[in-house]
Design a protein around this ligand. Structure first.
Ligand SMILES: C[S@@+](CC[C@H](N)C(=O)[O-])C[C@H]1O[C@@H](n2cnc3c(N)ncnc32)[C@H](O)[C@@H]1O
Length: 402
């Protein structure tokens, strides 16, 4: 057996990156680190053998990091990092001076000092845009000074078997002395751009859903039991068989359904949600029916309902709030359950989210989709070894496959 590659995951959350790297069978994750204890506890509950360092990385010196990982400089093959993006995200205030954004610079310093062969930094695409270009330039200058060549690409999760329209920026930093043994700079997702996301949503809203190029909402979550708002349990039984390859793959051998719990809504909210048809949204209601903010404005993008044949939109940390996006279940009168959101993020069903409800939401919404991470991990292995395992050949796999 060939030796496994060494991986370190910084700002690891509940381990979207790590689970994808693990799924390839080609890596040993020497260390995960994050300041969120509840994320560390969740991961350790699922993988008791993992070395997870619950630590504020802004205060970490390189010696301490390498010492905890029991590694020397240059021993890491791939370092992944998902520094927080709240200050940058399009959702919420964009604050360039958010101290969390300084973590990007510190990430570059940690990369420079630990000297992994490859590093992947994940962030929101707006890091690359106008008002953030200064921050992006600082990051790329810092990595350049540390002796790294950079490639950037916005990857769309749905092209990689993830049932979701999530777009994220990935920065691939390659140490100057490492020769790329793959001809591709980034993994290539399925080329299925017959429809844009907008086409899909518009078609679903017009009641003429196009079959999405990736996996539909129903293929992703249609087998999960009907539960009322405020209902469901942390552990329950499935009540039917899986009906798609994707559902079968996520279930694996699990016979307990974890985290299928949805938040309660007020009677007034339930009444409003009832008026929104499958695939519809607040904006389409008659003027007097629309949900409005305190100043009388109605929310055009909010209070939207999924369509069973549509594709899920980005799962954020607010997916239990119908006012924050298209998070109303297509069939049940409620926002998505934690397990449904986890399905859209391509976590396997045996991965259990522990902690409080709010923590579970944060952990699911923050994660890198596991299947996308798996493709990135395969790609990094191909860069370093020149070999692909072939398991991730998206062209050969039809929609609905892993
Ligand atoms: C976008 S999430 C990363 C998600 C992760 N890559 C995954 O796939 O689950 C950002 C993470 O940064 C962590 N974080 C924020 N500030 C931190 C700090 N100062 N030190 C360490 N971790 C921090 C948060 O707790 C959060 O888990």
């Amino acid at each position: 057996m060939t030796a496994r590659l060494t991986h370190v995951d910084l700002f690891a959350g509940v381990g979207g990156f790590t689970l994808g790297f693990e799924a390839t069978g080609r890596y040993r994750t020497a260390l995960m680190a994050d300041s969120d204890y509840s994320a560390a506890l969740t991961f350790k509950r699922n993988r008791p053998q993992a070395r997870y360092w619950p630590k504020d990385l802004s205060k970490v010196a390189v010696d301490e990091l390498l010492g905890t990982a029991e590694l020397e400089p240059e021993e890491i093959d791939v370092l992944t990092a998902g520094p927080p993006c709240q200050g940058l995200s399009k959702v919420g205030a964009r604050l360039l001076d958010d101290p969390r954004n300084q973590l990007l610079k510190h990430t570059a310093e940690l990369i420079g000092a630990t000297r992994p062969k490859l590093a992947i930094i994940e962030n929101v695409p707006s890091l690359w845009w106008d008002e953030h270009s200064e921050l992006f330039a600082e990051l790329s200058d810092a990595l350049d000074r540390e002796g790294y060549d950079l490639d950037m690409q916005v990857l769309e999760a749905w092209r990689f078997g993830v049932p979701q329209l999530r777009r994220r920026l990935f920065i691939l930093a390659t140490r100057e002395d490492i020769e790329h043994r793959s001809t591709k700079r980034f993994p290539e997702g399925r080329e299925l751009d017959r429809f844009t996301a907008r086409d899909l949503i518009r078609a679903a809203e017009n009641g003429e859903p196009l079959y999405p190029p990736g996996l539909s909402v129903e293929e992703a979550i249609g087998d999960l039991p009907t539960i009322p708002a405020g209902g469901g349990k942390e552990a329950m039984a499935y009540d039917g068989e899986p009906t798609s390859d994707y559902q079968r793959a996520r279930r694996g051998d699990t016979d307990i359904l974890f985290n299928h719990r949805a938040r309660a809504h007020s009677a007034a909210m339930l009444k409003k949600m009832e008026m929104i048809a499958e695939g519809g949204r607040n904006q389409e209601l008659a003027d007097e029916q629309r949900l409005r903010s305190a100043d009388g404005e109605y929310f055009s993008q909010a209070y939207a309902r999924l369509h069973r044949h549509g594709i899920a939109q980005t799962i954020t940390t607010y997916f239990q709030n119908p006012g924050s996006g298209r998070f109303i279940h297509y069939r049940d009168l409620r926002a998505l359950s934690v397990r449904e959101a986890a399905r859209f993020q391509s976590f396997d069903d045996d991965f259990m989210f522990t902690g409080k409800f709010e923590q579970q939401m944060r952990h699911v919404g923050n994660a890198v989709p596991v299947l996308l991470a798996e493709h990135l991990a395969e790609h990094c292995a191909a860069i370093l070894t020149g070999e692909r395992s072939g398991e991730n050949d998206l062209v050969a796999n039809g929609p609905g496959s892993r």
